[in-house]
Write a protein that binds this ligand. Structure first.
Ligand code: LLP
Length: 427
């Protein structure tokens, strides 16, 4: 569905619009998001999982009101993990029953808002939260549908900071030592909770479905224990998100239909073996939907060749619009997009304008040796966890998100202004 092309003059277009024009109109740095690609990915996920499963887009990857509307139009549900994300979702018209509320320390105020709004499910993350949500639901005269998030002891093959299913971490309740079984026991004993299933999220930027197989095996083991002990078959299992995308040409992600087939088969097989009715499956892809749909456009400011090392190319953004390289040692690619060049490749490091040497956007990349200030360069695959993790470090103004569709472009999140920053500064 991608609509990125390069003209004879070397100028790259997205959705039929030249980046040089986009830079003039919207300034740099800016994120350009291909709406058709976003919608196509939503549809691919929805179709791959079909009628027997639910796809919850993970809003933490990138959320805005336009995104919420697109999701709803394309038949997806939404996972939120804060009061702010919940407000955005409701404000943009996501039906509350299509919202899942996550988080390891939801405040009582956030829980109350979610219950009052009528969110479809709250994912319980601790023993305290089981009691807290039950108490709030009871006081509002509601019965809240909940899942319990468990850790299955799977360590996804990814960067340590974003691997979340091994036991030594803050999320979920360990299966180990019967803790998850005890959590289920307590939740089943609370009238104000309707326990509908078990949730597991094993990590992020995962390419291989084998981690999910182990997770499903263990979660279904718990479902069997629950059936044996309580005589209840919980109707749902949520295997979380974490499917990887291509940041560089070396990455080789799986198609949604491949993932859907693999996960559904595992669930069916494991349930048959355990003598259980197969529960309804849900998944929570964030990155895999929005990641590939956007790129960041930067203008080159200074170029500093370091003899025998590499050339430092400074752009007008940096770690404030993409923290992932500094934080996770993430890999990105980059290309000159405002003109053609047949100059030889030059080993480059794309860096930002922040007061920190770790302010790197692209660690090692080849850019043409005739690169000059004023050139536009683009970093692809910045749709996920870039704008949503952007900061105001050095009083940087967070860049806009511009949606490109059918040959037109419109701002869906505007660029911050210095007035925006000063408005918060009330000292
Ligand atoms: N569901 C749950 C419960 C999660 O915790 C997450 C991500 C997702 C779904 C969506 O995962 P995805 O499909 O987007 O990988 N900031 C990091 C990623 C943190 C992910 C946290 N949880 C990064 O930039 O790589």
């Amino acid at each position: 569905a991608k609509t990125v092309t390069r003209g004879e003059d070397g100028v790259v277009s997205v959705g039929g619009l030249e980046v040089t024009r986009l830079a003039e109109e919207f300034g740099t740095p800016a994120y350009f998001l291909d709406e058709a690609d976003f919608r196509a990915r939503c549809r691919a996920w929805a179709e791959a999982f079909g009628e027997d499963a639910d796809v919850f887009y993970a809003g933490k990857a990138f959320l805005s009101r336009a995104v919420v509307r697109w999701l709803h139009e394309e038949g997806l549900n939404l996972d939120v993990c804060s009061g702010g994300e919940l407000t955005c979702a409701l404000d943009a018209g996501m039906p509350p029953e299509n919202i899942a509320f996550h988080g390891n320390n939801k405040s009582p105020e956030e829980i109350e808002r979610a219950v009052r709004a009528g969110v479809g499910r709250i994912v319980l993350d601790s023993f305290q939260e089981i009691v807290r949500v039950a108490h709030i639901a009871r006081s509002l005269g509601r019965r809240q549908r909940v899942l319990i998030r468990v850790t299955v002891g799977v360590e996804a093959h990814t960067h340590e900071f974003i691997a979340t299913a091994h036991e030594d971490q803050k999320f979920g309740i360990p299966l180990a030592g019967g803790q998850a079984a005890e959590a289920v026991r307590r939740a089943l004993g609370l009238e104000a909770l309707e326990l509908i299933g078990i949730h597991s999220h094993i990590g992020s930027q995962i390419f291989d479905t084998s981690g999910f197989e182990v997770a499903a095996h263990r979660v279904i083991g718990l479902l069997k224990e629950i059936r044996d002990e309580h005589g209840v078959e919980l109707p749902e299992i949520d295997l979380g998100g974490g499917l990887g995308i291509a940041y560089t040409p070396d990455d080789d992600p799986r198609e949604p239909r491949h993932i859907a087939k693999a996960l559904s088969e595992i669930v069916v097989r494991e349930c048959e073996a355990a003598g259980l009715r197969a529960p309804r499956l849900s998944v929570e892809p964030g990155r895999a939907i929005v990641g590939p749909t956007a790129f960041t456009l930067y203008e080159v400011g200074t170029i500093k060749p370091l003899e025998g090392l590499r050339t430092y190319v400074s752009v007008d953004g940096g770690m404030s619009d993409n923290i992932r390289t500094a934080l996770y040692d993430a890999e990105y690619s980059v290309a000159l997009v405002s003109r053609a060049s047949d100059a030889p490749p030059m080993l480059s490091r794309v860096v930002g304008k922040h007061c920190e040497s770790g302010d790197i956007v692209v660690k090692d990349a080849f850019l043409p040796a005739d690169l000059a200030p004023g050139d536009l360069i683009a970093v692809p695959a910045t749709g996920a966890y870039c704008r949503s993790m952007a900061s105001n470090y050095n009083h940087a103004l967070r860049p806009p998100v511009v949606a490109v569709a059918d040959g037109s472009a419109r701002v869906i999140v505007r660029r911050e202004t210095e007035e925006d920053l000063l408005r918060l500064d009330v000292g």
